[in-house]
Write a protein that binds this ligand. Structure first.
Ligand code: SF4
Length: 251
């Protein structure tokens, strides 16, 4: 029997009422991308279908290093939404892990339905899973972060899914998605430039984010990359929450 088959105290299967949740926090600021600085709450869901070596939330998926079940306990979505409502923020960002892994669960559908009653919903995704009709209806904005070869673990055909990117390009053209790439050096930036051209990502919707876990690292990489990013006609984002609070969880 799996977790999702287990029957909860209400008599309903847990996959209908619960999701694996690593963190719920807010009010805070969105720290990355075009919505940087907006007041929001975050709901971080467990599990991911990739295994990036630079991942800053490995506790959501890496069973070799973490007790993922303990890090991301199944939580009732009603309680999750009540907690978010207590933050009184106009926006909730659902992140992970890879949140769209859970799209097929009744509990995820319920999460979107309930959060939509409090305000806007943004989803942060790695761009390998297409949003369902219901997800597209409920989510205002998608931040799509396809992984480059600096992911260091997954083959290209697992990281980059052309048909999924096409779906997000469509949303980007409607102003409802942007693409964000984690870049360490000029080689990574050249790979982004190639990927942007190959998959016809609208450059005005593409953001380069320097990899780094400290303010000093991020600022140094931004300075190194800035001119080249401008030459590519792409946007650049910092990681504002790291500049303010460092590499702390839950802020
Ligand atoms: S896609 Fe995101 S959550 Fe998943 S391993 Fe990569 S960085 Fe971590």
């Amino acid at each position: 029997m799996t977790n999702t088959d287990t029957v909860g105290s209400t008599g309903r299967a847990l996959h209908e009422t619960h999701l694996p949740v690593a963190e719920i926090f807010g009010p805070t600021f969105q720290g990355e991308g075009p919505h940087t600085g907006r007041v929001c709450s975050f709901v971080r869901l467990g599990l991911c279908n990739l295994a990036c070596v630079f991942c800053d939330t490995p506790y959501t998926w890496d069973r070799a290093r973490f007790d993922v079940g303990a890090e991301c306990p199944e939580q009732n979505v009603t309680a999750v939404c009540d907690q978010v409502a207590g933050h009184n923020t106009p926006l909730t960002v659902i992140t992970g892990g890879e949140p769209l892994i859970h799209q097929g669960r009744v509990a995820f559908i319920e999460l979107l339905n309930r959060l939509a009653q409090h305000g806007g919903i943004h989803v942060e995704t790695n761009g390998t899973i297409p949003p369902t009709e219901h997800t597209r209806e409920r989510v205002e904005h998608f931040t799509v972060s396809p992984k480059l070869s600096n992911n260091g673990a997954d083959p290209c055909n697992k990281r980059v899914k052309p048909c999924v990117l096409r779906a997000f390009v469509e949303l980007a053209m409607a102003g409802r998605a942007n693409f964000k790439f984690v870049v360490s050096d000029h080689g990574d930036l050249a790979e982004v430039d190639h990927l942007v051209a190959e998959h016809q990502l609208p450059r005005s919707a593409v953001w380069i984010m320097p990899e780094g876990r400290t303010g000093d690292e991020i600022l140094a990489k931004q300075a190194t990359l800035a001119d080249a990013v401008l030459k590519c006609g792409l946007n650049m984002t910092t990681r504002m929450h790291v500049l303010i609070w460092g590499d702390r969880r839950g802020v």
